[in-house]
Design a protein around this ligand. Sequence first.
Ligand code: SF4
Length: 307
Amino acid sequence: MSSCDKCRGKAIVHIKYSGAHLCKTHFSDFVEKRVRHELRKQMDLKGGERIAIAVSGGKDSTVTQHIVHKILGPRRSMDLCAITVDEGIGGYRESSIPLVAKNSSHLGMEHIVVSFEDLYGITIDEIARTEHGLATCSFCGVMRRRAMNLAAKDWRATHLATGLNLDDTCQSILMSFARGDIERLARLGPHRKVQKGLVPRIQPLRSIPESESTLYAVANELEYHDLECPYAPEALRNQYRTVISQLEDKSPGTRHSMLKSYDSILPALSKMFPPSALRTCSCGEPTNSDKCKACEFVERVERERLT
Ligand code: SF4
């Protein structure tokens, strides 16, 4: 490995899309600088913000928790907490919750755990055993979003930070295009507009590739949970993951170009699909129709159980 372009120290990484060779310190600075930029772009920091961070314990959410704490933690007017959703995935989630609790306590951050069992009376393992029409992740994604929104509201959060990285964002963009779901494309977030009942989501790692998030975690000796969810191989986005990493391998910088293109068309998309007037589901959560998607899913599973 060559030496660092900035200090001539030993480089730990060659960033193909920029050509830079960076040592541990300058690589960490490189990542943190872009996260700082994203936080400024995504939020109007006026003081008094309460930021809930969704932390599963995986590398991306652990890196998000660490960097957001490093950048915003020292501000006196800022409150941070970590929220973990326990979906009820045997052999997987039990080991990540204590790790998040340990990391949060080390950072002096409150740690809140919200479980599907308490919230919906059903776990993802039970859903996986019952439901055969849809991928388990489709249920989990919707139910987790509601769980996080509820926990963030309970904590009176002004923002909810998630660990979505650049690869995740590009996969979502491509998936929405491929399905012709342009309305969904307009709503991918981060969310600057506040809608009643919904805590606006921010995505601090939005411009950080997954490989850089992993390297940041390793270089900074962050302890994270590296087991794979047993349902992950079923996820529809895996096909998009492969396509995007092949494109990036052949043409370094493709992911950043996709993000830039998406950001350029976002104002037009937002005009085409302004936030709709939200109604309230019988569970109390905001919804576009009579019933929120999480309640729809829970009822569907209940019906399947009875047949
Ligand atoms: Fe849920 Fe799927 Fe993620 Fe597992 S991989 S935590 S089932 S969304």
